[in-house]
Design a binder for this molecule. Sequence first.
Ligand code: HEC
Ligand code: HEC
Length: 276
Amino acid sequence: MMRASTLCLIVAACCIAVACGEHMRSGSTQSSQQQTSHPAAAAAVAAFPAGPQGALIAYGHDIIENTPAVMGGNITAKMSCAACHPDAGRVPHQGSFLGTYAMFPQWNKRAKRFIALQDRIAECFLYSMNGRPPAYNSKQMIAITAYIAFLSRGAKVGEGFEGQEPVKLSAGPPNVHNGAALYAARCVECHGVSGNGSGMVGDPPLWGPNSFNDKAGMSRLDRMAPFVRAAMPHNAPGTLTDQQATDVAAYILSHPRPHFDKSKLIAFPPQPASYF
Ligand code: HEC
Ligand code: HEC
């Protein structure tokens, strides 16, 4: 069975070429309503408002769905945010953004400070996209934030929506050998033997120079395995056992990927706001 988000991706690929954004957006919004489990979360996924407010939200959606096309200068990974946040963050348990805005600012143990949603978005630029975050007051950052806020309408501050978090797995130690066999059987048809992605929509890199770096959340087994369990294989999600998801994630993570370059973080360039 072909999932709605697969269809959107195919449509999205055409849209880059012919700029048919409006049709794509209304189509994917319809399908998302059926995918959301929590009623309040379902209500938060509605057609974008008309006018400049809606245009900014739609721009945020475009950045997430088509990152290389819209913000290629800020990233080196050959993938969109939506590769790990399917349907631009509108699928529960799969990197969902539904309710996320209500969870910020939040206390960050590692940084020992409150972080804003913009800080969290910047982290995904630095690590998951192996790139450079836009300035916090840039049009791009404000658009992404506005889009996530739009998906969070109706969520309680500090609580978000129920049932959005990653699935909990119960599995033994990972078996990379079994993971390799499973990869050949269930993943290789889309992700290829090289795992490095083609740079095309629908073929995000899992490892190699085009992929996310070694500081990304997805480079941790306890983050990738629940994602794979819930979202992969893309043509039959939910068909792997907890153990299979763990094994195949461990196999993916046994390959090399870019090392996070700390100088990128320290030499945060002064980025003038283009928004005002
Ligand atoms: C390689 C996979 C990957 C890519 C690509 C990626 N992310 Fe993420 N992102 C994650 C993971 C994994 C988490 C959850 C990490 C955790 O558990 O704290 C996350 C978390 C987030 C969160 C916090 C969600 C919450 O509810 O707390 C935001 C916001 C976010 N990402 C935005 C983005 C944006 C914007 C982009 C593109 C510029 C992006 N991400 C690209 C993997 C990715
Ligand atoms: C039918 C094609 C297809 C198959 C089969 C498939 N994937 Fe994916 N995979 C995708 C697409 C497309 C995405 C981007 C997410 C989206 O659009 O929903 C993705 C995203 C991912 C991601 C997060 C993004 C990244 O680049 O790291 C991981 C991890 C992943 N797949 C692992 C797997 C594993 C493991 C299997 C086998 C069990 C698998 N996939 C099978 C198409 C596929």
